[in-house]
Design a protein around this ligand. Sequence first.
Ligand SMILES: NC(=O)c1ccc[n+]([C@@H]2O[C@H](COP(=O)([O-])OP(=O)(O)OC[C@H]3O[C@@H](n4cnc5c(N)ncnc54)[C@H](OP(=O)(O)O)[C@@H]3O)[C@@H](O)[C@H]2O)c1
Length: 319
Amino acid sequence: MAVPTVKLSSGYEMPLVGFGLWKVKNDTCADQIYNAIKAGYRCFDGACDYGNEVEAGQGVARAIKDGLVKREELFIVSKLWNSFHEGDKVEPICRKQLADWGVDYFDLYIVHFPVALKYVDPSVRYPPGWTSADDKIELANAPIHETWAAMESLVDKKLARSIGVSNFSSQLLMDLLRYARVRPATLQIEHHPYLTQTRLVEYAQKQGIAVTAYSSFGPLSFLELELKHARDTPPLFEHPVIKGLAEKYSRTPAQVLLRWATQRNIAVIPKSNDPTRLAQNLQVTDFDLEKSELEAISALDKGLRFNDPVAYGMDIPIF
Ligand SMILES: NC(=O)c1ccc[n+]([C@@H]2O[C@H](COP(=O)([O-])OP(=O)(O)OC[C@H]3O[C@@H](n4cnc5c(N)ncnc54)[C@H](OP(=O)(O)O)[C@@H]3O)[C@@H](O)[C@H]2O)c1
């Protein structure tokens, strides 16, 4: 079954289910991309910060060479890292990332965080990460309007078909929409039943900005980072509401969580290193939960955020 898409303000269609590349290991990344394409994935959510764009591109190239897919059937997403927010740094780093992937345009290029960090030359350290070599956070002064104007010129130059933002609040979106010549096509945010961000989702969707959920399984993704509050939070897969619905629909808890998002037109980008779970995560648009069931899942909201720089010990209180 072809994955349904969501129509973006740019006119392009984005698959509602994609494969997230954060923490996908370099030595398996190319094979995982290749196998994901074989399994039916067409959308890949990458980023400079994930450090695996070269390998991701190798997987794509092999799949195209073997005739599994054509470039135009793929939807490749990448992100602008915080160290490249200054106007003159955006295009060069985007071009480097395109070269890493081995493609000549991104379907979607996203501002990863509303945080500008000091520039790091890619020949010195790449990906630059949050902190300098001596573990300091070094902020830069590039305002978002400067970064956004440079993002817009990527669209003019056909280096990105659509541009978007991630980890932005409603206030930042409101401000951006006041001056954007090219509107953000998507907003990528942490979104799971413990953090529903209802007002932000509603505001973005009303503005014609498609929402993509990351970390759809809540604490699960953060256990391997040993985040204490992820360890202390009851797993969503074990929650009676989620388990009960999984039993009712003969699906897995993961599929119920992903359907809760896709049924509300929120795209998902789960990551899995396991071929069975990878295939399972794609089958999340072919059954429907009842309205009261969607509401029961949304009612689990605790305002509990995991992907927060402060939780990683950094003094960057953006949320
Ligand atoms: N914009 C941002 O700031 C941002 C932040 C975080 C993430 N993201 C994007 O969003 C993507 C997804 O988020 P995420 O990586 O945090 O986590 P996620 O997809 O919510 O969860 C990944 C975890 O769930 C497990 N898993 C996956 N499918 C499963 C299934 N069907 N059943 C049981 N367990 C399953 C994975 O283990 P196995 O691999 O062993 O299956 C892994 O431990 C990322 O890869 C990245 O592309 C963006």
